[in-house]
Design a protein around this ligand. Structure first.
Ligand SMILES: [Zn+2]
Length: 424
């Protein structure tokens, strides 16, 4: 017996070519359909299915900074994000988690990689209830002036140990051990988090090469560029994720490539910082993804991130006297694959995370629907259904794991407190 069957579905295949066929799901995976009965049948008419989008760099606990960061002067995380997070209690973290996940699902995101929350364990219960896929970890720094957020190498080690233990058998949520940045952490903390994560073979992460000034600080302190420093201390490995990675030397690209590490760009957040050399990273077969960097930089709509990224890549190509150095399918792959394996394809053997777009919408009816449409026309508001790990979490835009009215009421009730926190 199948869990879900979508008969005669119009969907984007593994090469992002539009095709028609039956989509069968069982135990969280796409399976072959050969006439079995299904517990649930989904009507496929007027919908176009595609792999669920992945936000590969989000700050769930910064949801209430929505709309407040994009126009701020640098360095934003030092002046705003970290002070804001230092003021969060567990109840606000949980409400922020609900708001972020509800917004992600409504916009077609089916999994995420969080960049660290001050109270990571508080998120687990909420995430289990909401049935989204993701990686979570702690916001970790010991050279910051905020006592409620600052940690020590020993405390960071202990809480990561607990996090790995708590998430050991979790079907959808995995740990990621990260540090905030190199300049915000001591070598002892870097070692206790990054080397321990590598030893445990879990994902590790650090904001990398986001600001030129931070690169210079690392050079002044260590004589090395950031990725060279990580290589020297033994922190590079295939499960290291470097968010941003905007300004990379040729040697740093080689280090990422040789370690088979992974990088993620955040188009809106990176706007005032720099344009990455994504074409060079893809040419080296470096696994490169897209993310939002949280709601504060431009919302949580990955379709918008893809569209902006496409424009930036065209500008980048033009500056080099060329065109289309990164094409539509490259961008779609960057927004549908992740550090989590077996995502990004509606294909037998892959994890069943997929969404449908209402292509009966006026926006789509004047022309051909193809892979370019997903970049040029589609937006979060067009997402109709969402299935994560074979479970339907949104049907006809109705959230099934979250009481949306209750969430809205809770957000309104907290609004006054939230505004106070933001203006710290
Ligand atoms: Zn970030």
């Amino acid at each position: 017996m199948l869990d879900i069957l979508i008969k005669n579905a119009t969907y984007f295949d593994e090469d992002f070519q539009l095709t028609t066929g039956d989509i069968a799901i069982k135990d969280g995976y796409f399976v072959t359909y050969d006439g079995q009965e299904a517990a649930q049948s989904v009507v496929a008419s007027d919908k176009t299915w595609l792999p669920g989008l992945v936000d590969n760099h989000i700050h769930i606990s910064q949801q209430f900074l929505q709309g407040q960061l994009l126009f701020q002067r640098p360095i934003v995380w030092q002046r705003i994000n970290v002070p804001f997070e230092a003021a969060l209690d567990e109840a606000l973290v949980q409400l922020s988690t609900k708001a972020a996940v509800a917004t992600m699902i409504k916009n077609g995101t089916t999994s995420f990689v969080d960049s660290g929350c001050p109270k990571a364990l508080a998120m687990v219960e909420v995430l289990d209830e909401l049935k989204i896929r993701g990686h979570i970890g702690y916001q970790t720094a010991d050279l910051i002036p905020f006592e409620t957020l600052k940690t020590t190498p020993k405390a960071a080690f202990d809480r990561n140990l607990e996090l790995i233990k708590v998430l050991k058998d979790n079907p959808l949520i995995a740990p990621i051990l990260g540090i905030t940045t190199l300049p915000a952490t001591t070598p002892a903390l870097q070692e206790n988090v990054l080397l321990y994560g590598k030893e445990q073979q879990v994902m590790t992460s650090c904001h990398m090469n986001e600001y030129e000034s931070e690169i210079l600080t690392t050079i002044v302190e260590t004589g090395l560029r950031p990725y060279e420093y990580l290589e020297k201390i033994g922190a590079m490995h295939a499960k290291f994720l470097g968010p941003h990675s905007l300004f990379l030397s040729e040697n740093e690209k080689t280090i990422i490539q040789e370690n088979q590490s992974q990088v993620v760009h955040c188009p809106f957040s990176n706007s005032a910082k720099g344009i990455p050399e994504t074409d060079a990273l893809l040419a080296r077969q470096i696994r490169t993804y897209l993310g939002t960097d949280g709601a504060g930089h431009g919302g949580l709509d990955m379709f918008r991130e893809m569209r902006l990224f496409s424009a930036k890549m065209q500008l980048h190509a033009k500056a080099k006297g060329d065109y289309a150095l990164v094409n539509t399918r490259d961008i779609l792959k960057m927004a549908t694959t992740s550090v989590e394996p077996l995502l990004g394809k509606i294909k037998v053997g892959y994890k069943a995370d997929l969404i449908s777009l209402d292509t009966n919408n006026l926006d789509y009816l004047s022309g051909k629907v193809d892979e370019n449409t997903l970049i040029e026309i589609a937006k979060g508001g067009h997402v109709n259904d969402s299935i994560i790990n074979g479970d339907c979490v949104m049907r006809d835009r109705e959230l099934l794991t979250i009481d949306e009215d209750r969430l809205k009421a809770d957000l309104q009730a907290y609004q006054k407190q939230v505004k106070t926190a933001v203006t710290v």
